[in-house]
Design a binder for this molecule. Sequence first.
Ligand SMILES: [Fe+2]
Ligand SMILES: [Fe+2]
Length: 288
Amino acid sequence: MRLIVTADLHYEFAEFRPRVDALAAEVCRVGGDVLVLAGDTFAQDLSLLAHCLHLFDGFRGEKLLIAGNHDLWTRTGDSFALYDRLIPEAARACGFHDLDTAPRVIGNVGFVGTIGWYDYSFRDQALGIPLRFYEHKVAPGYARHDWRFGHLLRTADDISPNGLRANSRWMDGEMIRWTLDDPRFNRITLDRLEAQLAAVEGGVRTIVAVTHHLPFAEMLKRKADPTWGFGNAFMGSVGLGDTLRRHDKVRHAVFGHSHARDARTLGPIAALNVGCTYRMKRYDVLEV
Ligand SMILES: [Fe+2]
Ligand SMILES: [Fe+2]
């Protein structure tokens, strides 16, 4: 079975749309049995999702997707409604199946998927940044210059000098709107994934898992820069990889999110981060 995988098309950036248009045209021309989009297809405007998905109308195989964190960005709506209902409905109308709603068995291959999320289990404890900064998605250096986060620094003696140099915020903090917190939403995605794996594994030869966030801490890019280190906490969760590793028919894990291409073998699992960036668009072809 020939599988075409891409991720992070980010159709919200008008200046790079011609590159997505060209990629979609090539994918339709090359063809395959299954197409997978692993999240961050658009942001904020659902009509952009439909526009992007219709670029793949000429693809003759099955079309699967999952949402990414940018797909859940909204200033006035409900991110959970986007995740749970609005994106799956929009995808269905465009001929795509949102794997987060249900697995799909194609031939003797099971496809499971979830956006995944983060619960700060990927954070680097050695950075010396207390948990409250991750919960607010604001690094200590940023909080110094934004009065809205000054309360995080009221007690600063628990922050390392290196941690104080981390100066960024994770924009999900501004653009994700729901009544959940990150560990709770992460748990929801892991429970759904576990149920999907249990549902399909008895009847398939092999399982392809699609996530947006990274399942494996081994695939985090490590840099000495504390700002970079702070951002790694939002790349995925330990539980995501642990869930996949508990099921021995999972042989492929594909994802995006960090915009850094990486392909490696981790035990029985061939792990692939597609690695599109905002500017550069690419896809991978897998035989499963
Ligand atoms: Fe992205
Ligand atoms: Fe992302």
